[in-house]
Design a protein around this ligand. Structure first.
Ligand code: SF4
Length: 614
């Protein structure tokens, strides 16, 4: 009560201007970030009961302190709120969990001969971006189709400048070789414009334009060009026929669908480009006590903040309290007016229904998967006689070749899902001998000596030996935690010459438990076994990729070590210039000579040495 009175007094001194307020709990952790046009009255509404949102009482029960940051406009407050939510991820704000990559195609029309390429990141530059595509595969398929129909260059700018002759793309008819002047600027520009029209969804206009060009070409007796245009038109018409979902219109629209059940929300965004449904994007379900308008508003500002292209129109399921300021912010991002529409009838409403249905299906699928995972974890708990439900698992693996480039990995799975931010990799320090047990001992001791919080279950890749090592580490460090070993079945096989060979049977994994002689087989509970296999395979993959990385670096280093005059500094310059040791190896003499600080004679030495190594 006293605390509340002190807070009320503090709010009395808040300004009546736009800004952002930050609510903190007793540990001074930010639990909520909000924006307001009038900071004083907005924050006061929490105390007067005027704020009727479902999460308000929860916030009030936990808030210990409130701070504010002034801004000049409400739009600035919106931008600041967004940044603070991303940085602090407060408990009572919605944070979109979307670690998937957004794929776009991009083309810079300011270049003389623009290149069409697949990009994962959108920059604020002069380039045109198309998409987002629902997956890398969908983007690659579109790129392949566009390059087939409109043979624009796909090579990097460096290759474009340096190539002595046209590459294979030219030989197979997928590029008209502007690198060697085999197509003039004007003709290439026309090709670029056609590709852009196609990617922007203006396909019918494009076909009529190409038909006009074809008639002109045959009128000028340029039958070769006319035939090329005819084929292009044929391919486009075929692609149009295949497109089943056409919603009419030429605008780019995003449709935000939402499914709510209790305090759970599932979001799904449909992308409609030029009337065609291009794909969709989903996010992890959100669990929060919040009303729909606030969820949609938070998602909108987070989604369009940096990754996604702002379309001409965004269709949303409900009106938002801060609609005007969001429209202003979106228009500034797009450099053009953006419509925020809540439809009730017609095509837009049908699109919204479809987005909502998609969100519901996604939620149901995620819910089912969740249930399966919980059941699988319960089976592991029972069948392996664990002391705790293995919600957080850590798995360890070792990778080396005859003791060289030895590394260890730790991967973490939370509730059956990888938690990549918690992964760790270890470079084995103490040994250069191929002793897997000693390496495992080093990795586990380094991890558990740190005193960080313990997982529910430790999994080591291996049988009784590795399990014994793990138990020894835990005993030495006086730590109590469940631990198991997961090993592939090995069978003794006698070859024709009577030599006993051990062969690994791929599908049969067995689990070793402390103090138990016989291994446990989980093949009767495939979901439970699959979780353990996923954890083990991920640890294996993670260790191997680090091992390869070290090996590659070292290989290149040792090759260059043999060349007099190539010291550490020059080695770094070479790797930085070419981006990888593979590219250094592939570099031509000409390429090497262009590296700053290398010079002609040293370039020749390096080139000849790498050639002899090959
Ligand atoms: S032919 Fe020339 S312009 Fe075309 S992709 Fe190859 S290098 Fe690039």
């Amino acid at each position: 009560m006293e605390e509340n009175n002190a807070l009320k007094d503090k709010i009395g001194s808040f300004p009546r201007s736009p800004g952002v307020y930050l609510m903190k709990d007793s540990a001074r952790k930010i639990i909520y970030v909000g924006k307001a046009n009038d900071l004083k009255s907005r924050v006061a509404s929490y105390f007067t009961g005027k704020d009727t949102r479902p999460m308000a009482p929860f916030l009030m029960a936990r808030v210990h302190d409130i701070e504010f940051i002034n801004t000049v406009t409400e739009k600035e407050a919106l931008i600041l709120e967004n940044n603070l939510i991303k940085r602090h991820r407060p408990r009572y704000n919605v944070t979109l969990r979307d670690d998937k990559t957004y794929y776009h195609l991009s083309l810079d029309p300011t270049e003389k001969f623009p290149r069409l390429q697949l990009v994962r990141k959108r920059f604020n530059d002069a380039a045109l971006y198309f998409g987002p595509y629902p997956s890398g595969l969908a983007a690659k398929e579109t790129l392949r189709f566009v390059l087939q129909v409109f043979p624009l260059r796909s090579c990097r700018n460096r290759d474009f400048k340096l190539r002595p002759r046209p590459c294979l793309e030219y030989q197979i008819g997928r590029c008209l070789a502007p690198c060697k002047g085999l197509i003039d600027e004007e003709a290439y520009k026309k090709l670029t414009q056609s590709a852009v029209s196609f990617l922007q969804g203006r396909r019918r206009e494009l076909i009529s334009e190409l038909k006009k060009q074809m008639d002109e070409a045959s009128g000028e007796l340029n039958y070769e060009e006319a035939a090329r245009l005819r084929d292009r038109i044929g391919a486009l018409e075929h692609a149009l026929e295949k497109q089943h979902v056409d919603w009419g219109g030429t605008k780019d629209q995003d449709v935000i669908g939402l499914y709510a059940q209790d305090d759970h929300y599932q979001l799904c965004i449909l992308f409609v480009r030029g009337g065609k449904l291009l794909g969709s994007k989903s996010f992890a379900p959100v669990k929060i006590k919040m009303d729909m308008a606030e969820i949609v508003s938070s998602c909108l500002t987070q989604f369009y903040d940096d990754k996604a292209i702002v379309p001409d129109e965004i269709i949303i399921p409900c009106h938002l309290p801060d609609e005007e300021v969001i429209i202003e912010w979106l228009a500034e991002k797009k450099n053009k007016k953006v419509a925020l529409t809540v439809p009730s009838i017609g095509t837009k409403n049908a699109l919204l229904d479809m987005a909502n249905d998609n969100a519901r299906n996604l939620w149901e699928a995620a819910h089912k998967k969740e249930e399966q995972k919980s059941a699988a974890l319960l089976i592991l708990y029972e069948k392996l006689s664990l002391s705790r439900l293995p919600r957080r698992m850590e798995c360890y693996d070792i990778s080396n070749i005859s003791g060289k480039h030895a590394v260890g990995s730790m991967v973490v799975f939370q509730d059956g899902e990888p938690d990549k931010n918690s992964y760790r990799r270890y470079r084995i320090k103490a040994l250069s001998e191929p002793d897997d047990y000693a390496m495992m001992y080093e990795v586990l001791s380094r991890r558990f000596a740190r005193g960080e919080s313990l997982p529910d279950l430790v999994v080591v890749d291996g049988g009784k030996g590795q399990l014994g090592v793990a138990l020894l580490v835990l005993k030495d460090l006086k730590i109590k935690v469940d631990v198991i070993g997961l090993a592939k079945e090995e069978r003794a096989m006698i070859s024709g010459k009577g030599i006993i060979k051990k062969k690994v049977a791929k599908s049969e994994d067995r689990v070793y438990l402390p103090g138990r002689k016989d291994a446990v087989y989980l093949s009767a509970w495939p979901h439970a076994l699959r979780i353990l296999q996923q954890v083990r395979d991920e640890a294996h993959r993670f260790a191997l990729s680090y091992h390869h990385q070290l090996k590659q670096k070292d290989d290149m280093g040792s090759i260059l070590d043999d060349i007099a005059d190539v010291g550490q500094e020059r080695r770094k310059i070479l790797l930085k210039h070419f981006g990888s040791s593979k590219r250094v190896r592939e570099a031509s003499l000409d390429d090497l000579q262009k590296v700053p600080g290398i010079g002609k004679s040293l370039a020749e030495k390096i080139y000849n040495h790498l050639k002899s190594e090959k």
